[in-house]
Design a protein. Structure first.
Length: 212
């Protein structure tokens, strides 16, 4: 009986959340994704485009799919244009390669957004079953065509990386930050004696050569 009543409460709650999203209300939890702001009171809040951040999102997709007029940029090259220059939702200007990937993979930017995909169970955040996800109407920042092109390129890159490139374990990459405050990138270099792996500051990578 108690389990039956729990199922009824659960169904009513999900029905209420769906009705709320169908009316354009935002029911997400935590920090709002980059490119948007939550506007309004808690029960009537909606997602609105943060135009300054949205332009950064458009730039990231444009750089990745089309490039800067010469060729499409790699994610590490996009990172170099963001790190130390653009503020994230945390208010910091520190960016990582994973943050770039997260934006490129996020379907929400073409308007395909789902709320309440995760739930806290037993002190752990776990993914709900897809039937429990709540579709949410939000304004798109990227066209479906550009998003599909970016996704296709990501998949191709992933396949090529897995089959053709050696895998290196940069054990300290996620733990290091330069004394100047900028992120650290991993690099490889070929020398006469072989190949070695090393870390370098992203700001140093941007700096012009003393001979130039």
């Amino acid at each position: 009986m108690a389990e039956y009543e729990l199922d009824i409460i659960k169904e009513r709650t999900m029905r209420g959340r769906r009705a709320k999203t169908e009316g354009g209300k935002y029911i997400g939890q935590g920090v709002v994704m980059f490119g948007y702001d939550k506007v309004g009171l808690k029960r009537t809040s909606v997602l609105a485009v943060n135009e300054e951040e949205a332009q950064v999102v458009r730039d990231i997709f444009r750089w990745y799919v089309f490039g800067d007029g010469k060729r499409p940029l790699r994610t590490v090259e996009i990172l170099e244009r963001l790190d130390g220059k653009v503020r994230s939702k945390t208010g910091k200007t520190s960016w990582t390669k994973q943050m770039v990937y997260t934006i490129l993979k996020n379907e929400a930017y073409n308007g395909s957004h789902y709320a309440l995909k995760r739930v806290n169970r037993g002190g752990k955040t776990v993914l709900r079953s897809k039937e429990e996800w709540v579709p949410q109407q939000i304004p798109a920042i990227i066209s479906p065509e550009i998003f599909k092109a970016a996704r296709s390129k990501l998949r191709q890159h992933s396949t090529n990386s897995a089959s053709n490139r050696p895998v290196y374990d940069y054990l300290l990459l996620s733990r290091l930050r330069c004394n100047c405050g900028h992120s650290i990138h991993a690099r490889t270099s070929n020398v006469v004696s072989g190949q070695y792996l090393y870390y370098t500051c992203s700001e140093e990578m941007r700096a012009p050569s003393p001979q130039s």
